[in-house]
Design a protein around this ligand. Structure first.
Ligand code: S3P
Length: 170
C-alpha cells in the first residue's frame, strides 16, 4: 500500500474522536491509534488516575511523548486527547505529519455530553460557563486544523463518510 499521511482527529472531549476514529479505521482499512488509550495501556492507569496520582503536568509530558512518537507512523487514524493540540509542538508536528481534522460541535452539545461523564479530570470542577469559555478558547486553536467537520446535524455514518471523502481526495 502506498504510504499516506495519517488522519489526525482533534477536538474537545466528547466530540467523538475515538468512536469516529474506530469506525473510520474499519472503513478505510487503516490502523487506529487512540493516544489516551495507548498511555493508559503503557502506564497501567486510567487517565483520571494519572491526573489524580501524578498530576496534570506529568500527564501532559506523557501525552506529548506518546503523541510525538505515534505521529511518526503512516497510514493510521490517530485520535488525540482533547488538550494535545493546544501544545505548540504537538500542533506543529500534527500539521506536518498528518491531515488534521477538527470534529466541531456546538458548545451546548459538548457541555451536555461532557457533564454526562463525571470522570473527566480537566473539567470536573468547572461550571457551565467556565466550560463554555474553555470550549471557546480551545476552538480558536482547533480551528487551525486543515479540515473542520461541522458535526451537529450529522450522524456517525455521515461524519465517517465525509472524512473518508476527504481522505480519498488527497
Ligand atoms: C483532555 C481530554 C481527554 C484526556 C485528558 C485531558 C483535555 O481526552 O486526554 O482527560 O485536556 O481535553 P478526550 O478528548 O479523548 O476525552
Amino acid at each position: 500500500m502506498k504510504s499516506k499521511k495519517n488522519l489526525i482527529l482533534i477536538g474537545m472531549m466528547g466530540s467523538g474522536k475515538s468512536t469516529i476514529g474506530r469506525l473510520l479505521a474499519q472503513k478505510l482499512n487503516l490502523s487506529f491509534l487512540d493516544i489516551d488509550f495507548l498511555i493508559e495501556k503503557k502506564v497501567k492507569m486510567k487517565i483520571a488516575e494519572i491526573f489524580e496520582n501524578k498530576g496534570e503536568e506529568i500527564f501532559r509530558k506523557l501525552e506529548k511523548e506518546f503523541t510525538l512518537k505515534f505521529l511518526n507512523k503512516t497510514n493510521c487514524i490517530i485520535s488525540l486527547g482533547g488538550g494535545a493540540f493546544i501544545d505548540e509542538t504537538i500542533k506543529k508536528e500534527a500539521q506536518k505529519k498528518g491531515i488534521t481534522i477538527w470534529l466541531n460541535w456546538n458548545s451546548q452539545t459538548l457541555i451536555n455530553r461532557i457533564k454526562k461523564n463525571k470522570k473527566r479530570p480537566v473539567v470536573i470542577n468547572l461550571n457551565d460557563s467556565e466550560l463554555k469559555n474553555l470550549i471557546l478558547s480551545r476552538s480558536k486553536i482547533y480551528s487551525k486544523a486543515k479540515y473542520k467537520i461541522d458535526c451537529e446535524n450529522m450522524n456517525k455514518i455521515e461524519i465517517v463518510e465525509k472524512i473518508k471523502q476527504i481522505y480519498e481526495s488527497i
